[in-house]
Write a protein that binds this ligand. Structure first.
Ligand code: HEM
Length: 417
């Protein structure tokens, strides 16, 4: 196979303009699932599909060091975090995260979130209009702080949530949105660095079971404590993505509105829990969130007659794989029931990355995401009533990360007992 190569010096501007469709557009035009383009001044190979994901998560062939561009480190990820580690250093750090994901710990975060839902619904009842997306981010931010053990004062909740939100929103942005993300990261790192230091000096006493405690006292492979900055980056690697679940829950709410038959299904029948799970999975597949993930070629190899040269940046198309018509029947139809037949393959459904949790870079928080989305669905369908007034509910695939234009406004919120 000849690798289709996009001519021209650089296509970063097109990536910003085309968003989630940048890779799919080029693959459609050349009728392949491997293409070459140029982004941020370098050659980039983009791949899509199940086999591509299997390749991408082969750690002998790919590494993460040097894969994330500076602008992403300065806004979304931070420097020194688990995302950029390889081999033993990655395995050791990833174990820190995966050890936090016990059944008890998942139960705990679910209970915290449910309490916050109760409090939020009471507040929303007294408000004329609720901007749901921002409210959900706040709800998730406070849940994240309580679960991790990070102390937060009510008066700071707004700023902390906005900063975590701005880091997420900076992805795929240039100009002011990107700079808001950088400023937000600086402020958030300063906040958490101070907290880690206070814990280390015993000025803040926290439960030894909390993620904050475990990260603060985590030792790297050489037996040293993480430097405070790296510890802060890893604490933010929990606070930020838990806050990001608010975005998925916003899309769940939109799906309940856009697809009333699917809503009916989760509210009726004997197996409501399974129906909710399938709905949540379909939200994670259907709606756009993480567009792609990147790694660098570790050593020269050939795949499907294409030469992957050492150090080349490779992007795995997440959105495209979740909408690949060879994997998903009618991929642009919202159909939770498709998950009745899904066999749990770690490479064909990859909204939060693929492959293995412990050894690879698959998202450490996928179970938390699913659990919190499921319990939120319960509140949205059985514990509250609300209306969705006339507004622009469209979301653009050109904006990464996507979000409905009006951030989903709801009104007439009432609690159901
Ligand atoms: C990694 C998406 C929620 C913690 C990732 C990756 C993606 C992703 C695409 C990279 C996979 C790769 O590069 O191979 C998402 C989305 C979420 C979410 C869309 C929805 C809100 C969470 C939550 C947590 C979390 C709730 C923590 C509680 C992490 C960590 C990594 C990661 C620590 C790095 C894993 C590694 O490099 O080994 N996530 N995630 N994420 N995620 Fe998530």
């Amino acid at each position: 196979m000849v690798l289709p190569k996009e001519s021209g010096l650089d296509h970063s501007v097109n990536l910003l303009k085309e968003g989630y469709c940048f890779i799919p557009n080029r693959m459609r035009a050349s009728n392949t699932s491997v293409i070459q383009t140029r982004l941020l001044g370098q050659k980039v190979i983009c791949i899509r599909g199940q086999e591509a994901a299997e390749l991408f998560y082969n750690q002998d062939l790919f590494k993460r060091q040097g894969a994330a561009p500076r602008r992403i480190l300065k806004s979304l990820f931070g420097k020194g975090g688990v995302q950029g580690l390889d081999e033993q250093a990655h395995k050791h750090r990833k174990a820190l995260f995966m050890d936090l994901m016990t059944c008890d710990s998942l139960k705990k975060i679910k209970q915290i979130a449910e309490k916050q839902w109760e409090i939020a619904i009471k507040r929303w009842e007294a408000i004329e209009e609720v901007e749901l997306f921002h409210e959900l981010e706040k709800l998730m931010c406070i849940t994240a702080c309580q679960w991790t053990g990070v102390p937060i004062r009510a008066i700071n909740l707004h700023t902390r949530t906005s900063d975590l939100s701005a880091m997420i929103d900076a992805f795929g942005a240039a100009g002011p949105r990107h700079w808001r993300g950088r400023i937000a990261r600086k402020r958030a790192e300063k906040w958490i660095t101070y907290i880690v230091e206070e814990v280390r000096h015993s000025n803040i006493i926290i439960d030894s079971n909390t993620p904050l405690y475990k990260i603060t006292w985590h030792r790297d492979l050489s037996g040293e404590l993480l430097d405070v900055h790296t510890a802060a980056v890893e604490v933010l690697n929990l606070l930020r993505p838990i806050t990001a679940i608010g975005r998925f829950i916003t899309f769940s709410t939109l799906a309940l509105y856009e697809f009333p038959e699917a809503k009916q299904e989760i509210m009726s029948g004997d197996n409501r829990d399974q129906n909710k799970e399938m709905f949540v999975q379909e939200v994670r597949r259907y709606y756009p969130f993480a567009p792609f993930t990147g790694a660098r070629v570790n050593r020269d190899f050939t795949w499907n007659h294409v030469l992957f040269k050492k150090n080349t940046l490779v992007l795995l198309d997440i959105y495209g794989t979740n909408h690949d018509s060879t994997l998903w029947e009618n991929p642009y139809t919202f159909n939770p029931k498709r998950f009745l037949k899904w066999e749990g393959n770690p490479f064909n459904f990859i909204p939060q990355g693929g492959g293995e949790y412990d050894l690879g870079h698959r998202c450490a928080g996928e179970w938390i995401t699913i659990e919190l989305m499921k319990s939120s669905l319960h509140f949205l369908t059985e514990r509250m009533s609300y209306e969705i007034p006339e507004q622009d509910l469209r979301y653009s695939l050109k904006r990464m990360p996507a979000i409905p234009a009006n951030r989903l406004i709801i009104n007439h919120v009432r609690r159901c007992s």
